[in-house]
Design a protein around this ligand. Sequence first.
Ligand code: DGL
Length: 277
Amino acid sequence: MQKDSIGVFDSGVGGLTVLKSLIELLPDENFIYFGDIARLPYGTKSDQTIKRYGFQDASFLIEKGVKLIVVACNTVSSVALESLQENFDIPIIGVIEPAAKVAVSIADKSLGIIGTAATIKSEKYIMLCQKFAQNEGKSLSILQKPTSLLVPFIEDGWKDSNILELVIKEYFKDFIEKVDTLVLGCTHYPIIQDKIQSICGKNIKIINSANAVAYEVKRTLEKNKIENIVKNKKNRDVRLYVSDFNDTVFYLTELILGNKYPLKKIELVDIFGSSSK
Ligand code: DGL
């Protein structure tokens, strides 16, 4: 058991976009990532189910002895972050607040948020953006839109297809011209950020939460004095666990992380049965 790792979980491997930023910003830290491929997508499930899944995912990482958990999944961060923070006594960081802070500071007059159905229904982004805008004395119009079809397109390897382009254009009709800044409120969307940018045009500023979250994790490690102070870059450990394998796991892992990082072989775990070690 590794006691000094940072745990990261997501409903699938899309959260590797967050892991990548963490690996780059925190070169001396070890990481354990869990992707719940077997139960993906979370974004179309009820709040009750998302809370239950989030609790099980966090419990798996706690059993592994992690010192801090990053909830890379926007859906779990929107619906279940507070209940996770109440249930576990290590720092638990979601992706919504760091992204909302950056978005509000960057937006001029109008902010748009896209995410899964559950993320948008929770209105978590809207509430936090309004709070931060008020703190900054900034007047912003804030709009949001569920864009549920984007995840399955990316999962199925259709990220470069014309059909995906049409779907994005349809979602953005009567929406994108009303915003100057767009928050990618889902783990998968950074994978198609270039496509989204080319459809929106270069005048729209796009916020991808991964870097903002990594800085928040760095601050939290320092504040709690739990950062790894031993220079560890060469020997560090990055472990990936999934609850199921399919071709997407390998395709997206390679697409997001490439071959640059010291990854161990992806391991299959059963977090639902007795073999959840
Ligand atoms: N990880 C989810 C999110 O960031 C997207 C995929 C899903 O619906 O589970 O909201």
